[in-house]
Ligand binder design. Sequence first.
Ligand code: FAD
Length: 474
Amino acid sequence: MTQKTTPEKVVIIGAGPAGLTASYILTQKGISNSLLEKDTVVGGISRTVHYKGFHFDIGGHRFFTKVKPVEAIWHEVLRNDFLLRPRLSRIYYKQKFFYYPLKPVNALLGLGFFNSFLIFLSYLKIRIKPLEKEENLEQWVINRFGKRLYKTFFKTYTEKVWGIPCTEIRAEWAAQRIRGLSLRSALWNAIVKPRGKKIKTLIDEFHYPKKGPGQLWEKVAEKIGEKNNIYFERDVVRIERDGFKILSIKTKTPTGEKTVYAGSHFISSMPLRHLLENMKPKIPDEILQAAQCLKYRDFLTVALIIKKRDIFPDNWIYIHDPSVQVGRIQNFKNWSPFMVPDPEYTCLGLEYFCFEKDGLWNKSDEALIRQGAKELEQIGIVRAEEVIDGSVVRMPKAYPVYDSGYQNHIKTIQDFVDRFENLYPVGRNGMHKYNNQDHAMYTAILAVENMFGAKHNLWEVNTDMEYHEEQKLS
Ligand SMILES: Cc1cc2nc3c(=O)[nH]c(=O)nc-3n(C[C@H](O)[C@H](O)[C@H](O)COP(=O)(O)OP(=O)(O)OC[C@H]3O[C@@H](n4cnc5c(N)ncnc54)[C@H](O)[C@@H]3O)c2cc1C
């Protein structure tokens, strides 16, 4: 990025956390900007869905960050609506519940003494002779937990989440996500640390807006909307360029109406792959092929309403059990009591990881609600007939996939994209990076600073930053 002039008119693609953050800061600086959003709502993956007075997230969105400017925005916008919430989550496996993070007595009883002994032996074996190669997720986990624990706990759930064998997932993904985790550190945290001075982390409690993450983004949109424009149902279908300069962006509405937006600078949080596929003139074949190799994992939430005050105390439960397809179950009133209209009711969010257009994705909403209710009964949470209503939300491209080839493709793309003088890819899919909200926002903050002459490398966000994230493989 070489341009240093003050931006006159910025066009931003995507009204998720990254795009909204960029627009919010530019608006504060008095820079004219337009935000183009394909959907009808703000928040992207971090939206909150409103259904008959119930509120639910796409997954559950904890707010945690080490990035001060991001934290400042959260507090500035939410003020007293930013709650600090206690956290409880467990793993359901073979009809038993295991605390997560680990509690030794509970784990020992759940796994059985003999099995626990074998797990320990398998861990010792790998400590004495670790696997030499640590290229994929399977090797990474085995080196830290031993083969038996990997097979018992990690394999089924991780493959449920990603839909590909653990051997096809790059080790970097685990390293970025759960750096520093091993059986030794897990036991240390479970046994030794609680006796000493306890530092509160995301593991114990987390921040959460009173009415879900969407509340933050709806408020940000209100503030932007007073001075600048957010255009909904604007699917970006063409990015007009002249060499390494973007000239304009063309959008299409569901009714076929086309509009062109010109600007001096362009920020994009749309999937990197689609950004490059839609460039005109067409980009070189080598770059296009790299872009078309980027893959995504899709996600659907089946929200089920039950007329019952208390169902389980957890914020969420991981369902490692392979006998059901559901991967995680959120209990949104435990995130915030304001997520339900009446405390006598509960709204559970059943999370299914899938590929767009596969069997699960294509099921009707009614069939998914029936399946969800049946699976809840199968794992003993409520009886199927206790589910009185439900709603389904499909979220394409929820996860950028870190498969074996992705790093080379990203490098090729990055070298090409960095040559543009007025284009700034930001966010999660915008950079094909497993970013949480805070890092998605931070890339947007840095992109705006670069427009004013700074020289931040946005690709480095969330690679070498210390991140006290919860250590879990999803
Ligand atoms: C299950 C799950 C749980 C999560 N939990 C947490 C958590 O606990 N804490 C946390 O901080 N983060 C969490 N995240 C991550 C968080 O959702 C993302 O980091 C964040 O939403 C990324 O923001 P973004 O703006 O980069 O992208 P997105 O949220 O994906 O927003 C991009 C926007 O661009 C729009 N768009 C796409 N294509 C086009 C187009 N062609 N034209 C116009 N608009 C377009 C989309 O509609 C969308 O609104 C979770 C994610 C998932 C999937």
